[in-house]
Design a protein. Structure first.
Length: 368
């Protein structure tokens, strides 16, 4: 069990700590305070939470083996951790980001694509779960294209979070098929709000792997080229912090060799080559990378890379500290970690609803 790290410049706050110690006795060895942020007029902070490659794990239940996963997985368990971080950091100073590959990977994902399809009006359990958890953005992953565009489109309609994909273009045009980025506002008491730009880019491999679904409909262009295009636009649009939520690994290799003009993986390259990015959230390769720093070649600044494993086993928790210089927020410190939910008997209310609906089609026990 990896505890939630103390946030940047945190202070002990005994009453809150005691309250949480009772509720999350085994989960929280240390607690940050719940004091409103920006006590000093020239500093601010925010926390990013991230998941990636959830692959249709909502309940901690392996439908094929008919037993719980070991180690435990799923958005249900992650949601308890998300609530805990929101309670500790203050919900208004956190953002929740998924880095893609959410709807495919279990019988659950296949069922709601092919049997009781979202295209025919079914409510997608992953969209439902993500809505309950109040995700801000999700980057489209390559496996989102596996069931064809109508299923993805319906999932997108049901999802409250913005589905991002700056390098996925309408075929034969330069028009993005998904929102390239969003800028979220973190309001501070008595201080200038912090504006956080979240850029979503996916691996271009879908052009090859899902050719039957996307050929003649969507084009996929390079991750590095796309980041170079959008980061300056986001800064010009007022982003104080830039988070690149990249459905791609941290390496620079490609499983498809030179069959496509753009590499499959580019997470580290983007951080090194594109000036102005503060945090890279990676995915796709299912690796757990709590924190890694690389230096941007142009600015010399350290860029934080973090990747939250897969299957809802861990939650990425990234603290960002800022200082206001001549009226502008600037990132001064970033710290990343990935946290595993503590064993808990608590079932989130939304998951109780979900378990009832799941029993509609599953004859197996749905487990805790
Ligand atoms: Zn992937």
């Amino acid at each position: 069990m990896d505890p939630i790290p103390r946030r940047l410049r945190s202070r002990p706050f005994a009453v809150v700590a005691l309250a949480f110690a009772v509720v999350f006795a085994s989960a929280v060895p240390t607690l940050a305070d719940a004091t409103p942020q920006a006590l000093e007029s020239n500093t601010g902070r925010l926390t990013l939470m991230s998941t990636t490659d959830v692959h249709a794990r909502v309940l901690n239940w392996d439908y094929l083996a008919d037993k719980p996963y070991a180690p435990a997985r799923g958005l249900g368990r992650i949601s308890t951790l998300v609530n805990q971080v929101r309670a500790e950091r203050g919900a208004d100073s956190t953002l929740l980001i998924d880095v893609g590959d959410s709807i495919q990977g279990t019988a659950l994902g296949s069922y709601y694509a092919n049997i009781d399809s979202v295209v025919d009006g079914a409510k997608h359990p992953v969209a439902t779960a993500m809505n309950y958890m109040r995700y801000d953005t999700m980057t489209v992953g390559n496996h989102e294209f596996n069931f064809g565009l109508p299923v993805l489109s319906e999932f997108q309609k049901q999802l409250d979070a913005t589905l991002l994909g700056a390098n996925v273009l309408q075929h034969g045009t330069s028009t993005p098929a998904f929102a390239p980025y969003v800028i979220k506002t973190i309001n501070l008491k008595g201080n200038k709000p912090i504006r956080v730009g979240i850029l979503g880019i996916t691996t271009p491999g879908s052009a090859l792997w899902d050719r039957t679904h996307v050929s003649g409909k969507l084009d996929f262009v390079g991750g590095l080229e796309t980041a170079r295009t959008y980061v300056p636009k986001m800064r010009a649009a007022g982003a104080d912090v830039i988070v690149a939520a990249l459905h791609t690994g941290l390496g620079s290799d490609s499983s498809y060799g030179d069959q496509l003009p753009y590499p499959e993986n580019f997470g580290t390259v983007v951080a090194e080559e594109v000036p102005g990015i503060d945090v890279v959230l990676a995915g796709h390769s299912h690796t757990n990378v709590p924190q890694r720093f690389v230096q941007n070649k142009q600015t010399g600044r350290q860029v934080l890379l973090s990747q939250a494993g897969s299957h809802g086993q861990v939650l990425g928790v990234i603290d960002v500290g800022l200082q206001k210089v001549e009226g502008q927020w600037q990132v001064t410190e970033t710290r990343g970690s990935t946290c595993r939910p503590a064993a808990s008997r608590t079932t989130p209310p939304w998951l109780r609803w979900f378990r009832r609906s799941t029993k509609r089609w599953s004859t197996t026990s749905t487990g805790p």
